[in-house]
Design a binder for this molecule. Structure first.
Ligand code: HEM
Length: 370
């Protein structure tokens, strides 16, 4: 029966591509680390599904947006749960993307011929930040309005293009209904479309080059070559096939499913224990401290060190940091991939992560101790 079904589908749609994908050999030794990419995918899938449901109730209009969020959170059956799933998966997404990028960077998996996989990855990261930022305004409550205002004001400090960027993104000098319309369009259409295309490109490149994994997958071959007297510098590990491989299905599919199940359960439990309630649309008190999402805390803290007329410098350095990401493969071109044998980039990478985490923690303690 199974064979009959397979032949039926194969004749009509052609299963060989699909079967080749399932049989694609993957490196075996560090396999659990290679679940982070698909873990990101499972969180993004939760975002798309819950986001689609939230769109059934959300009214992207300055007059009704806040009350529509209140209605879907407080009146719609399980509305609070769907909204919390959407928010918690967004929060976990940035942690998992961060871990995936760190894994890929430290293992040198961005090196030739996988430079483009990294570049597309960096564009995915930018797009995900854009989705997080535009989503933050949509509740249209007091906090969201202030976040929009702070965001607009910060943008306006950009040398030369600041005022243009602000009015282009806010739809005017101040946060208003047009800001909501633009942020909504970017959050539900423009950026998710870009994200979808980039992820497909990313997965295509991973399939084209095969998964590199890390240097541990090639140690037998490296040792054999070194035993023959081949100098380590001339061993191009990224062009080798792993010592041990296993097909994508069933082993890696099983691991990816376990991690996805764990993540979806975690998001679900967080949503039940710490649901995102409606914050209210009361006019802001005289003094309000906008509380950006935690994944913007390090940016928030960073800009604190550039007060008043120094803000443009802080903004330019921040922009250069983000713009630098896709160029990493062209800066670190040496074929060596082992983190131990490339201590400088590895330590810089670890230090940058630590710095971002410390900045976020400092912002957190500042925001909540006010
Ligand atoms: C939505 C976000 C992302 C998704 C869904 C995703 C998905 C994946 C998947 C499924 C893999 C193969 C398995 C693995 O190594 O985990 C992978 C590998 C890779 N990803 Fe991503 N990724 C994302 C973001 C990124 C980012 C932000 C970067 C870098 C800036 C990146 C760079 C890479 C590279 C270079 C590889 C190849 C690793 C290797 O061959 O060992 N990815 N990605």
């Amino acid at each position: 029966m199974r064979q009959l079904l397979r032949d039926w589908f194969d004749e009509r749609v052609g299963l060989d591509l699909f079967e080749r994908m399932l049989q694609k050999p993957l490196p075996k030794r560090g396999a659990w680390f290679y679940t982070l990419g698909s873990a990101t995918l499972s969180l993004i899938t939760i975002q798309f599904i819950t986001g689609a449901f939230l769109m059934f109730y959300y009214v992207p209009d300055g007059e009704f947006a806040a009350s529509s969020v209140r209605y879907s959170t407080e009146q719609v059956r399980f509305g609070w749960y769907l909204r919390s799933l959407h928010r918690w998966s967004a929060n976990l997404l940035f942690i998992v993307i961060g871990l995936h990028m760190f894994r890929v960077f430290v293992s040198g998996s961005f090196k030739r011929p996988r430079e483009f996989t990294w570049i597309i990855g960096a564009l995915i990261f930018w797009t995900a930040i854009g989705i997080g930022l535009t989503g933050g305004l949509l509740p249209w409550d007091a906090n969201a309005l202030w976040i929009g205002t702070v965001f607009g004001n910060t943008l306006s400090y950009f040398p030369l293009v600041g005022p243009f960027l602000r009015s282009a993104l806010l739809g005017g000098e101040h946060v208003g209904t047009l800001t909501l319309t633009r942020f909504y369009a970017m959050h539900v259409w423009v950026l998710p479309l870009i994200l979808g295309v980039l992820i497909l490109l990313h997965l295509y490149l991973i399939r084209k080059h095969g998964l590199f994994g890390s240097v541990v997958e090639y140690r037998n071959q490296i040792q054999a070559l070194e035993a023959k007297g081949v100098p380590r510098e001339s061993i191009i590990v990224t062009k080798m096939t792993p010592d041990e491989t296993e097909p994508f299905y069933p082993a890696q599919v099983f691991r990816d499913s376990i991690v996805a199940f764990f993540l979806i359960s975690a998001v679900s439990i967080f949503s039940i224990l710490f649901p995102f309630s409606y914050r209210g649309e009361e006019p802001p008190p005289a003094r309000i401290i906008p509380r950006p999402e935690w994944f913007f805390w390090s940016v928030d803290e960073w800009l604190m060190y550039f007060p008043g007329r120094l803000i443009p410098i802080g903004l330019i350095l921040l922009t250069l940091f983000f713009l630098f990401l896709p160029f990493i493969p062209f800066v670190e071109r040496h074929p060596e991939v082992s983190p131990i044998r490339r201590p400088v980039p590895t330590i810089i990478g670890a230090w940058v992560y630590l710095f971002i985490i410390i900045l976020a923690m400092m912002a957190g303690s500042r925001i909540f101790n006010y």
